[in-house]
Write a protein that binds this ligand. Sequence first.
Ligand code: DUT
Ligand code: MG
Length: 578
Amino acid sequence: MKRWLKYARPYVKYFTLGPLLMIVEVIGEVVMPKFFANIINGGVANQNPGYVITMGLIMVAASLLMMMGGVGGCYYGAKASINFGADVRRDVFAKVQTFGFANIDKFSTGSLVTRLTNDVTQIQNFTNMLLRMCLRTPGMLIGALYMAIRLNARLALVLAVIMPIMILVMTVVMKVSFPKFTRMQTMVDGLNVSVQENLTNIRVVKSFVREDYEEDRFRKANGNLKSAGMDAIGVIILMMPVMTLFMNLASLSVIWFGGRMVLLGSMPLGDLTAFITYITQILMSLMMLSMIFMSASRAVASSKRLSEVLDEHVALSDENASRKDLKVEKGRIEFKHVFFRYYETSEEPVLEDINLTIEPGQTVGIIGSTGCGKTTLVSMIPRLYDVDEGEVLVDGVNVKDYSLTHLRDGVGMVLQKNVLFSGSIEKNLRWGNQHATEEEITAAAKSAQADDFIRNFTDGYQMELGQGGVNVSGGQKQRLCIARALLKKPKILILDDSTSAVDTATEARIRQSFKGELKDSTKIIIAQRISSVRDADTIIVMDDGKVTGMGTHEELLENNEAYQEIYYSQMDREEVRA
Ligand code: DUT
Ligand code: MG
């Protein structure tokens, strides 16, 4: 609660003006029936047209005032809640940006999208409703109650019976519906996950002709949401007629008892009509209160989900880093007894007791069967994940002691599952360095063997890429990603299977250019092809989370069985090709 108040503070003017103006409307609503009673009692019964006209004019003026209050109240209420929602959304998004991979894996992207959109909207709508109703509803309840008792205290006893029953019904309904709303939000998550996964991967879906399957999956998620929604709304649907029943019973009793009073002459007719209006107002405001609580239970469910994001502990941060000013200067890498697993519950570690040292300027190849942990191993260097045991040192300093910005600035990583973003090629390359000159950009593209094909596009470096870089080929995309990393001029360059879609001749040219331009940088190349790593200073052979061999191509060919196996299986193919 305190957290959300903080978001209201900058808009305190709107937050007070809204409800205050609504009060104007309520006062009007409460005195109107009394004026009406006066017209009947004083004007109609006494046949006094002058009085009727004066009262009528007063009522018109009051109505105008009421309208102004109502419009103003709604305006400021909307202004307050929209600003409030926007600020919450901004902060939740900023928090998500600090998340490590592990945090994102935990929530799932779909759920984060729901929280950022739907959940924020829920609390925004509730705030809006609260601002319009928070003074209005109790104001109307108390005002009408006061007027009714003043008009006829004995008749008001009817309320003493009806009101407790209605309050009881409302409490039960709220208790029942709260968990149902929480469940509904989870179903919205499910729906978003299904939609998001489908849309981002629509090309794969289509190429595997999986539309039916996807439709089915969507139908299930949509169906779940529908039934959860029906379930939650169902309670409210049931509540409405029950409340109306009590309201009608109350009016009926008032007419029954009040009618007798009018006949006996102990109550003027105008008072009875006014009284009936007040009864309706009281019961209506009770209903409205219950609506507010209902909307509150939804908002509470959403606010809990937002708090989960805002309170999420980001383990992978540089808050406790002791050498924040330090930059990566040389590019020496050391792994000491490193253990790692993605999930605390998994039995086998993905990395098991890794020990290795890579000297600055060296080129190191990593080779091994798929799933053996190559990507995981290199992810430890720019701290995409943190080790469970042991330590990773860069230039003799634990990676946890660098500021994340400096560490990641020093480490250029071309991810295995790489993406480009919508925008021009130049804009994408500038991710590597915002301030790069045109010459630097061309140079990086040339080293990555991308300059030629970029120039062949009609718009050259200004060609617009689609979302995820869909309008370039796989090999072109890989080369653009390499160029993007090269622009950082990193001390450590990691290529994770980054030339798998590039032909061998082009790949050789890329390696050649590294020798010239990245002479002093440490280069780590993960590859499936021996030809990609055979020139490396050291080749690391991995199997099942462990390093099983380390040495030059010749050394490994002599004494490492796994390496020999890979080599000879690929040699056959190379020879056939040659
Ligand atoms: N793994 C996870 N969660 C992840 C990524 C990987 O549990 O987010 C598992 C899958 C695999 C192991 O970790 O069993 C090692 O994965 P990694 O991606 O490191 O393997 P790789 O050597 O890079 O395989 P590939 O050659 O297919 O890229
Ligand atoms: Mg990999």
